[in-house]
Design a protein around this ligand. Structure first.
Ligand code: ADE
Length: 234
């Protein structure tokens, strides 16, 4: 087994897509282990309460530390080897291909999905006492909870594990990787060479590898300049 993933959430069904497609195949092969846990299993009241109003006032609800503490203790018992804890939050550090590569080197990832206005901040502080805690943001926008971020992060990480992606080379030459100098990839084409009056760029049919490489480099730079000038500055 190359990767273990646990997810604690109040919406376990939200994570069902992780069992589809490429990742599903990796699960069947036993390359990846996936555990999805319902946070409400660690509540103790009849209403299975997971949140309350924020101290200091303000809108929304904050997730209670008690269920989270019990959930972490159950999924990652303190006396054993610890996972890396990932808490998706818009206040986290940005998720990038480089972060995905870092996470792909870990044997065990535990995701804590917050909803509402987030999880009581002491949960991350407590967990930091025994595991590496990584608060990660998918981007500068606010989702309703961490679940969709987990889908994105797990997919980006899993496809970097050798044998999970069909074609190992394609991951190493993706956008944002060293192979394209951290830039966006050039556009791609397949058959037919002429479709609805639109032709595939001649150079790609030439078999001239040096010219193709140069063409892709130029398209990659054009695209990056237009769409992501921030990538050129760094
Ligand atoms: N939860 C809510 N918004 C999020 C975001 N942008 N990234 C990660 N987790 C989130």
């Amino acid at each position: 087994q190359d990767l273990a993933v646990d997810v604690i959430t109040i919406f376990p069904n939200y994570l069902a897509p992780l069992r589809e497609s490429l990742l599903g195949k990796a699960l069947e092969r036993g390359q990846v282990r996936l555990g999805v846990h319902d946070l409400r299993a660690w509540t103790t009241d009849v209403h299975r309460t997971v949140d309350d109003t924020p101290y200091g006032g303000g809108p929304g609800m904050v997730m209670l530390p008690e269920p989270w503490g019990r959930a972490l203790d159950a999924v990652a018992p303190a006396e054993r080897a610890q996972p890396r804890l990932i808490i998706p939050t818009p206040t986290g550090r940005p998720f990038t291909q480089a972060v995905a590569a870092q996470l792909a080197a870990e044997p065990w990832l535990l995701f804590a999905c917050g909803r509402y206005e987030g999880i009581d901040a002491r949960v991350a502080e407590y967990a930091g006492g025994r595991m590496v805690v990584d608060e990660i943001s998918l981007g500068d926008y606010v989702l309703c909870g961490g679940e969709v971020a987990v889908l994105a992060i797990v997919e980006a990480v899993a496809r970097l594990i050798p044998g999970v992606l069909g074609n190992a080379l394609s991951a190493s030459e993706d956008s944002f990787t060293a192979a394209v100098d951290g830039l966006l990839e050039a556009p791609a084409y397949t058959k037919p060479a002429l479709w609805r009056g639109l032709a595939v760029p001649e150079v790609l049919l030439s078999g001239h590898h040096a010219r193709i490489r140069q063409w892709r480099r130029e398209r990659s730079l054009d695209r990056t300049r237009k769409r992501r000038p921030d990538l050129l500055d760094s």
